[in-house]
Design a protein around this ligand. Structure first.
Ligand code: DP6
Length: 327
């Protein structure tokens, strides 16, 4: 059996940073994200009882070691331990070298393709619970538009799933502008960064305490389509996440010069009347939430930042979907 699926990456506006149960990959905080159009992963899963090992090819390169093991574990999770071996082939529509390759679109597409190849017809709720166990942010890429991933209850694998708050067509003017930073240092993977923060940062407790309030305000803002209110929470949530990581011992520092200059550029634009709010993930790229009318101005401001090589902008995108299924 063979199946091809696609999923888009997403950017959290209220960040997921920390697990309450690492075994089931249950988030310790709720998060809210925007699925991005145009930043797509397509994944084909081919199952055959005659094969003796799994293989994984991403953008025409065969991967071994940790990435292959992580994919194999995920296939076990979706299809059960007695499953046939798989050939997984994956393509990103965005350049992997840009540092935007994300576990979110990868595990969402892998979950949908693996389930279909195995003859399982799972609903979005089930798919998001499975995708979350591969990577927390992947649960959100199962759905399109603005998505909430709930907080988990330790020991209950089904306790955190994604739900859609707003479909892409319900807020079509929303945009995320991404500044791609040229020098790409080897980052601390987000799993390691958040676990280390949880274990060593004195600011992790306050981060956990503030997160539910951030989610509540973001949900209210989305319901009212209030960009200013949503942007204000998004910028705050990103900076609080980084503050908790910076206070870890030793510090987890994702921010580079261009990231911080990007933040100042966005704030300067805002002071000049342009609605734009900063966000940033477990990497150096400054990003901004804005409205379609201001994309050119926001992109130009980020492009002027030293170290930003180029910019991309993305509208709200659709959820993961199955493209082909064949015996
Ligand atoms: C900073 O989903 O990559 O992007 O569950 O350990 O795979 P794992 O983590 P991952 O973490 C994403 C962290 C973030 C914020 C976010 O997307 O919410």
């Amino acid at each position: 059996m063979r199946a091809l699926a696609e999923a888009r990456t997403n950017i959290a506006l209220v960040k997921y940073w920390g697990k309450c149960d690492p075994q089931w990959n249950l988030p310790a905080v709720p998060s809210l994200s925007l699925t991005l159009d145009g930043l797509t992963t397509r994944t084909e899963v081919w199952l055959d009882r005659q094969w003796t090992a799994d293989s994984l090819i991403v953008n025409d390169v065969a991967l071994h070691g940790a990435p292959l093991e992580r994919a194999s574990r995920h296939l076990d999770r979706v299809l059960g331990p007695t499953r046939p071996r798989a050939r997984v082939t994956s393509w990103n529509s965005f350049p992997t070298a840009s540092g935007l390759a994300s576990s979110a679109s990868a595990f969402a597409a892998l979950t949908v393709a693996a389930a279909a190849a195995g003859g399982l017809h799972l609903d979005a709720e089930r798919l998001s619970i499975l995708a979350r166990q591969g990577s927390g942010s992947a649960a959100r890429s199962i759905l399109g538009g603005i998505v909430v991933l709930g907080v988990g209850t330790p020991g209950q694998p089904d306790s955190a799933r994604a739900t859609q708050l707003c479909a892409p067509e319900d807020w079509p003017a929303l945009r995320l502008v991404l500044g791609i930073v040229s020098e790409e240092p080897k980052d601390t993977p987000s799993t390691d960064g958040m676990n280390h923060t949880a274990m060593t940062s004195p600011y992790y407790g306050p981060w956990l305490a503030a997160a539910p309030g951030d989610l509540r305000q973001a949900v209210e803002a989305v319901k009212k389509r209030d960009l200013e209110a949503l942007g204000t929470v998004a910028e705050r949530s990103a900076l609080r996440m980084h503050a908790s990581a910076l206070a870890a011992d030793p510090a987890v520092v994702y921010l580079r010069g261009a990231t911080v200059e990007g933040l100042h550029a966005i704030r300067a634009l805002r002071a000049a009347g342009v609605p734009a709010w900063f966000t940033c993930d477990a990497g150096p790229h400054p990003k901004a939430l804005t409205d379609a009318r201001y994309v050119a101005q926001v992109a130009a401001a980020l492009a002027r930042v030293d170290g930003v090589r180029r910019t991309l902008s993305a509208a709200p995108g659709a959820g993961a979907r199955l493209l082909e299924e064949a015996p």
